[in-house]
Design a protein around this ligand. Structure first.
Ligand code: AFD
Ligand code: MN
Ligand code: MN
Length: 424
């Protein structure tokens, strides 16, 4: 860790007076203040290992400096984030980008930073040098049984790595699809994919979950075999009770009503997890809350309301994760912003009086219903979120402290200026 714990205490002491004033104002009128703060305090968002380096587009990649060069350094980065905000207590690995050579020591290193391993991710959207057959025309859907078998075995291998690290879920995102009409038999592709997933599913330990992501398009531009929530839902329903749909916010066609999708999946007991990011046009993977924070709030309201109705634990019963790519910002700063945006939307959702909203709906009082939601959304909850950080031993203002301490500069000193982290 490039900075000592007392630096956080010093920073908090400096800001304490101003924070207290803001917090007291914000806390006034919050029903169940204690519960709200506790919920915010325990809420954790997993950090994907592939978001710690600078991302790129097909036009290029402008690598940042001081990027993590190994799995150990990726864990160190997430440890840094977690020390600053106490809300990033998990890391999600992508295999083969992050194969743990020595699982025991990697697990111990993570534990030193207070981190656990979230979902492990398989990769059948790229060819690896050591692999025999190509995924050019798909993986689990492939017309060649040999390719399907290779992809199935890879996923089973990923589960094995996950078991060693104490993870308890596998996320499958498939690039499978077609780029031109006529290229693919949709029905066969669906069936092959489902059959392959069935084999992977049967290799899952009893207490594991399988998350199946969907994505409308890209890298294929005509069809994707698991393209939307309905296609994922139909597969996970057939697979069994350990299989769930995973919603990645950037994987919808423009203007899709994601909050409604979330509400229905949750109601069906098939929402498993989340990949947070933001977008304007497609799978842009921008900082959470940077483009459409109102939508994020509406999604969070459906999550909170739906989970409460089912008596679910907000912090542990769904998989919360960021899935973003930072092309022009410092990845660590971007991730601090993203976690903060998630907690702000969550806090706002917690402020909504569900009974009042329901009464307005029952009375067809459209205006009142809108007012209730927008009142919560327009409340400045940042002091509440900051207070929850203070109580957890985090920094009142993580981003400010990150800059003040010169964390990136220190990382550049030890890792060098020319570094490229594995990922996309
Ligand atoms: C993709 C998916 C997915 C995948 C990742 C790879 O959202 O979660 O693992 O990007 O970097 O768009
Ligand atoms: Mn994703
Ligand atoms: Mn994506």
């Amino acid at each position: 860790m490039p900075f000592e714990k007392y630096k956080i205490e010093e920073h908090n002491a400096d800001l304490q007076k101003e924070h207290k004033r803001r917090f007291e104002f914000a806390a006034e009128g919050v029903k169940d203040l204690k519960t709200v703060l506790k919920k915010l305090e325990v809420f954790q968002v997993a950090i994907p290992s592939w978001a710690l380096g600078t991302g790129g587009t097909r036009f290029g990649r402008f690598a940042g400096a001081g990027e993590p060069r190994s799995l150990e350094e990726k864990i160190e980065d997430v440890g840094l984030l977690h020390a600053l905000n106490k809300s990033s207590g998990a890391i999600s690995l992508h295999i083969p980008w992050d194969i743990p050579e020595n699982a025991k020591s990697i697990k111990a290193l993570a534990a030193q930073h207070g981190l656990r391993f979230d979902a492990v991710n398989s990769n059948t959207f790229q060819d690896q040098q050591t692999q025999e057959l190509s995924y050019k025309y798909g993986s689990l859907q492939h017309v060649d049984k040999g390719v399907r078998k290779q992809a199935i075995e890879h996923n089973i291998q990923v589960i094995k790595h996950g078991i060693e690290l104490g993870s308890d879920s596998l996320t499958v995102w498939l690039a499978d699809g077609s780029s031109f009409p006529g290229q693919l038999n949709f029905r066969k592709a669906y069936q092959n994919t489902l059959d392959s997933l069935t084999e992977i599913y049967s290799a899952l330990p009893a207490d594991w979950k399988l998350f199946l992501e969907y994505k409308a398009y890209e890298p294929n531009f005509y069809s994707t075999t698991v393209a939307d929530w309905g296609q994922s839902y139909s597969m996970v329903t057939k697979l069994g009770k350990k299989a769930y749909t995973l919603v990645d916010l950037g994987h919808h066609l423009p203007n899709a009503n994601i909050e409604q999708i979330v509400a229905l999946l949750l109601n069906e007991g098939k929402l498993g997890g989340f990949h947070f990011n933001d977008s304007k046009y497609g799978d842009d993977d921008l900082t959470v809350g940077s483009i459409n924070p109102y939508q994020l709030f509406l999604i969070f309201y459906e999550l909170v309301a739906g989970m409460d109705e089912k008596g679910m634990n907000h912090a542990t019963d769904l998989g919360w994760m960021i899935d973003a790519s930072h092309n022009v910002k410092d990845p660590l700063e971007d991730l601090l912003q993203s976690v903060d945006a998630i907690k702000i939307a969550y806090a706002q959702a917690l402020l909504v009086d569900a009974d009042e909203l329901e009464a307005a709906r029952e009375a067809n009082d459209v205006v009142r219903a809108q007012e209730i939601l927008q009142n919560a959304y327009r409340t400045d909850v940042r002091p509440l979120v900051a207070e929850s950080r203070l109580r957890a031993g985090a920094a009142l203002e993580p981003l400010k402290l990150f800059r003040k301490l010169g964390v990136r500069e220190d990382l550049i000193k030890t890792r060098g200026r020319k570094t490229v982290a594995t990922g996309l």
